[in-house]
Design a protein around this ligand. Structure first.
Ligand code: BGC
Length: 762
């Protein structure tokens, strides 16, 4: 007989049921257990469960333990320390109801081991690799007594000025939805959440990536068709994959903040999508209802939020202070409080905490003596995933890979920058464990072949440095070299002259691509541009290794550099991973999950834009067509683009039929051949265009993809199944339909260079 998951969880515990205050007999029936418990709670105890507070300045630990014992806190976030959380859990066990606490944390792209940032992970187009990141991070976080992560972050981003573009997985609904599924599977696994996994809460629901102008926290105004078609699918995918929680966005949507948006939270999330888990407000979002101007005071803010189904209030005390009075006056019904409490207790049940409150805290004798110990890291996995996340943008005259016998001038403000390797939201990652590019190159070819010079500061703009150092980092991260820019450049040029090739690590300090770090420019800062100009003048081959959290505008650099590697922020093992690619120990296979505009003025440049009445057409006279007349039309690097050290050739597309009946299926096949001398991976991408429909449809949409490895000379047939689900869209009535007519099937190795064949849906 198969053991019930609960029996597996509690196996080995001396007396697991001793923790459960109400009816132990009900413990294996979630609904009955939670209902019984809610029935026994006082109003104050119920309200206490809805409070999620941040460990830290908000409250000293001794006071926090007292609050917990009194039943006035449901969970905390920002503590990843077992003794600490054990103390708090023990306090909970001394409370009247003995309801366990849960401990949450932003486990976004790793935990102790930092993997590439979201955009990097997405560039791998490798769901196995992404799932490995999530399961590894979950294991490390669970080992640090974390029960829940505020992830995955699946906000579609089409405006790279938005600093949080770095955290997400790019611009495409299909790719981001696939990643949403892979991350939920990896972090959380099944429900109940096993001891070595953590519950997910998908964020930021909804549409946070569409803030106007890419300015963080700005408003969102969007047609329902666009929401349903492009922005909502990834949240839905995470929920369908079993995400236990949803974090609610800070922005307003069509005039109503998400936190008080009944259409969003009730009609869509609960009724249409049938979400059964717990909802969490974002940091301080309930109080912000006053600043949005939809609540006149905290009382009204609390009332709006609880009635809207915001179960946990993060980092404020409004529920605690206001709900008792609101219930007393009858403005909020007990039923509404009970609904929220039921979700919180249900989530704790699914985290396994009623069966064992110490499930992820463990026993004191097993506590790690050193949280950052080498033995706690997963370096091989991090290196492997990081290599897969790197995108080769340019490679003139096969500048890369470099021969290991070459002497390398390594320059740039990011060449030896451990903190920046980690990228933002690097959770419990410690920069002391990070391998910089300098360390990675030295390990690969020996220190004496690497001549290092910093060459430039990230920026010479002291105002920007001040802003970045004022962000919530514990210690200032951007340190300025006090030498003059000219002196630094001179040193770098001297290093270049003594070397065979220049590797310049340039880009953004990690704080430039973060929450609250929106930009008006996508250019490399002037200090770094000046460095490139000077390096270029030496005539030595110039390789740019970019580290940044958003697409940059690289027209100038494209002309100046011989090769460009987009590495994003690669994480703990970044330096080794980049060296693997530079020297050809790994053949780059990353593909862009987001388009790179030519300039900031060209935004948005997302590939799946709507068909137009006057589209710009390559090679045709340009007047009175949709374009910016001062600049070449279209992105500099399109969605899905990325080079390899080998060449792949594609055959024509073969379709198994010229028409499809309702409920039927077609197969699209294409042969991919490795034409070069090296083994390599590539991503074959399937796009579909609906030729004529009842509403304006995108020029094309990604519907499927396959990543495959081919040896030199090897060829493989890639087959994609096409059924009605791939032809469906949301029409003007928001019905998900496939309409009869012609469809163009396009297959390619990026979103632009595609082969096409058509068929009709009858
Ligand atoms: C962010 C969330 C994050 C939360 C808790 C907020 O500022 O918007 O993404 O999960 O803080 O750290």
């Amino acid at each position: 007989m198969k053991m019930s998951p609960w029996l597996v969880l509690v196996a080995g515990l001396a007396s697991p049921l001793a923790f459960a205050q109400p009816q132990p007999a009900l413990l294996n029936d979630k609904g009955a257990f939670v209902a019984d418990m809610v029935g026994k709670m006082t109003l104050d105890e119920k309200i206490g469960q809805l409070r999620l507070i941040s460990i830290g300045p908000e409250m000293p630990i001794a006071q926090l333990a007292e609050e917990i014992k009194a039943g006035r806190v449901g969970g905390t976030f920002n503590s990843v320390n077992r003794p600490h959380n054990r103390l708090l859990q023990n306090a909970a066990m001394q409370g009247r109801m003995k309801i366990p606490m849960f401990f949450a944390y932003d486990v976004i792209h790793g935990h102790r081991t930092t993997f590439p940032i979201g955009l990097g992970l997405a560039s791998s187009w490798d769901m196995g690799a992404i799932q490995l990141m999530a399961s590894t991070a979950a294991k490390e976080a669970a080992g640090d007594s974390v029960d829940m992560t505020f992830a995955p972050m699946v906000d579609i981003a089409r405006d790279p000025r938005w600093g949080r573009t770095s955290e997400g997985f790019g611009e495409d609904p299909h790719l981001v939805s696939e990643i949403a599924r892979a991350t939920v599977k990896g972090f959380q696994g099944s429900l109940p959440v096993p001891a070595d996994r953590i519950m997910t809460s998908v964020k930021h629901f909804a549409l946070y990536g569409a803030v106007e102008g890419g300015r963080d926290y700005n408003t969102v105004d969007m047609s329902p068709m666009r929401m349903y078609q492009d922005y909502l699918p990834p949240y839905r995918a995470a929920i369908d994959a079993g995400a236990g929680g949803v974090m609610v966005a800070l922005n307003s949507i069509n005039g109503v903040p998400a936190t008080s948006n009944t259409w969003l939270m009730q009609d869509l999330l609960r009724k249409d999508w049938g979400f059964k888990g717990v909802t969490v407000s974002d940091h301080g979002a309930i109080v912000e209802l006053m600043r949005h101007g939809v609540a006149k005071d905290e009382r009204e803010a609390a009332k709006l939020a609880i009635k809207n189904g915001i179960d946990l209030s993060m980092a404020d005390s409004v529920y605690l202070n206001e709900l008792p009075g609101l219930v007393k006056s009858g403005e909020v019904e007990m039923r509404e409080i009970d609904n929220a409490v039921r979700e919180v207790l249900g989530a704790k049940y699914d985290m396994g905490l009623f069966h064992n409150p110490f499930l992820r805290i463990g026993v004191a004798q097993d506590d790690p003596p050193d949280l950052d110990a080498e033995s706690r890291l997963h370096r091989p996995a991090a290196r492997d995933v990081a290599r897969k996340s790197i995108v080769l943008l340019e490679n003139r005259n096969s500048t890369l890979p470099l021969a290991k016998s070459k002497r390398v001038a390594l320059v740039g403000p990011l060449a030896d920058a451990p903190i920046d390797m980690l990228g933002s939201w690097s959770a419990a990652g410690n920069s002391k464990n990070a391998v910089t590019l300098r360390a990675g190159l030295s390990a690969a070819v020996g220190q004496d072949r690497v001549v290092y010079a910093r060459g430039a500061n990230i920026t010479n703009d002291e105002g920007i440095v001040k802003y970045l150092n004022f962000l919530n980092w514990d210690t200032p991260e951007v340190t300025q070299d006090k030498r003059t820019p000219a002196a630094m450049i001179e040193e770098a040029v001297a290093a270049a002259r003594q070397s065979d090739v220049i590797v310049a690590a340039l880009g953004e300090a990690r704080g430039m691509s973060h929450e609250s770090s929106s930009r008006t420019s996508l250019d490399l800062p002037q200090s770094q541009r000046d460095l490139i100009t000077a390096l270029k003048a030496t005539g030595k081959p110039l390789v740019l290794v970019l580290m940044n959290g958003r697409p940059l505008a690289l027209q100038r650099e494209q002309q100046e550099a011989d090769a460009i590697l987009e590495t994003w922020y690669t994480g703990t093992e970044g330096g080794h991973a980049i060296a693997d690619v530079l020297f050809g120990d790994y053949n780059p296979s990353g593909k862009l999950p987001i388009s790179f505009p030519r300039s900031v003025g060209q935004i948005p440049t997302y590939y799946n834009h709507a068909r137009l009445g006057r589209p710009f057409t390559e090679g045709k006279p340009g007047n009175y067509t949709s374009q910016y007349f001062e600049e070449v039309t279209g992105p500099l690097y399109p969605f899905g683009y990325g080079l390899s050290y080998t060449d792949f050739a594609l055959s024509d597309v073969a379709l198994s039929g010229a028409s499809m009946t309702r409920g039927g299926k077609l197969e699209a096949a294409i042969t991919v051949k490795n034409m070069g001398q090296r083994a390599g991976e590539t991503v074959v991408q399937l796009y579909i265009q609906d030729v004529a429909a009842s509403v304006v449809r995108p020029v094309k949409e990604l519907k499927d993809f396959r990543k495959l490895m081919l040896k030199p000379g090897e060829e493989q047939v890639v087959r994609f199944a096409i059924d009605e689900s791939k032809l469906k869209f949301f029409n003007a009535q928001l019905q998900n339909v496939a309409e009869a007519g012609t469809f163009n099937v396009q297959i390619g190795l990026d979103s632009q260079a595609v082969k096409q064949k058509s068929f009709d849906l009858q």
